[in-house]
Design a protein around this ligand. Structure first.
Ligand code: HEC
Ligand code: HEC
Length: 164
């Protein structure tokens, strides 16, 4: 691809920053300017966008799990670091859209999704741990409460014995 060819999609004023909406067959997609529905490139454009959107959704989901766990005080720095790897893959894939190679893009997204799946598992485990800790705290509180009632009754019993 030569530099002058960039204008076909990016415009010659470089005002519009590249966005995911440029890709695919939506209203703002550049692909539909040249490719008719039912043509193969049109189908490929739509498929690439679908794959990309699904990948981004998975990343966001994993991200929100980690944020929740973080707020509940569970250590998640390691999966957070792994997520930066998935975000780098996303940047790579966005640039890879220029290749129009669905196979190459699917492969790269597949790699990224494996990482995101691990992060998601770690996030879910962290949330389970937070819940477990909370339940433990409730049980401990109940136990202390019962103990203090028992202690109170015992003291009263001793007091009664003394006064009688
Ligand atoms: C066939 C249309 C098309 C042509 C031609 C094209 N691009 Fe793109 N470019 C896109 C689309 C679509 C995106 C948005 C990808 C995304 O973010 O999902 C994009 C994104 C980009 C990005 C941002 C990538 C990112 O990280 O978000 C850069 C930089 C870029 N193009 C540079 C260029 C340059 C330089 C050329 C010429 C050599 C060029 N493009 C030619 C369609 C095109
Ligand atoms: C400025 C016109 C133009 C735009 C915009 C454009 N294309 Fe194309 N595209 C072409 C031409 C011309 C060909 C080559 C002839 C053909 O195969 O139809 C082509 C070929 C293709 C091919 C098949 C050839 C190959 O390299 O495998 C795919 C896939 C493709 N385009 C996808 C896209 C996608 C995705 C977008 C949007 C990001 C896009 N095109 C935007 C003009 C365009």
């Amino acid at each position: 691809m030569e530099l002058s060819e960039c204008e076909a999609c990016h415009g010659n004023h470089k005002i519009l920053p590249p966005s995911d909406e440029m890709l695919g067959t939506g209203e703002k997609a550049v692909c539909i300017q040249c490719h008719e529905p039912d043509s193969e490139p049109y189908q490929i454009a739509s498929r690439i966008k679908e794959k990309l959107d699904a990948f981004i959704k998975k990343i966001r989901h994993a991200e929100s799990l980690l944020e929740q766990a973080d707020r509940q005080g569970v250590e998640v720095s390691e999966p957070k670091f792994m997520l930066t790897e998935a975000n780098s893959t996303l940047i790579f894939v966005r640039n890879l859209t220029h290749s129009f190679s669905l196979m190459e893009i699917e492969e790269k997204i597949g790699d990224g999704e494996k990482v995101v799946a691990e992060v998601t598992n770690a996030g879910e485990a962290a949330l389970r741990e937070a819940k477990f800790r909370k339940t433990g705290l409730i049980i401990a509180t109940c136990f202390i409460f019962l103990l203090s009632i028992a202690l109170f009754l015992k003291i009263r019993q001793i007091d009664k014995k003394k006064s009688s």
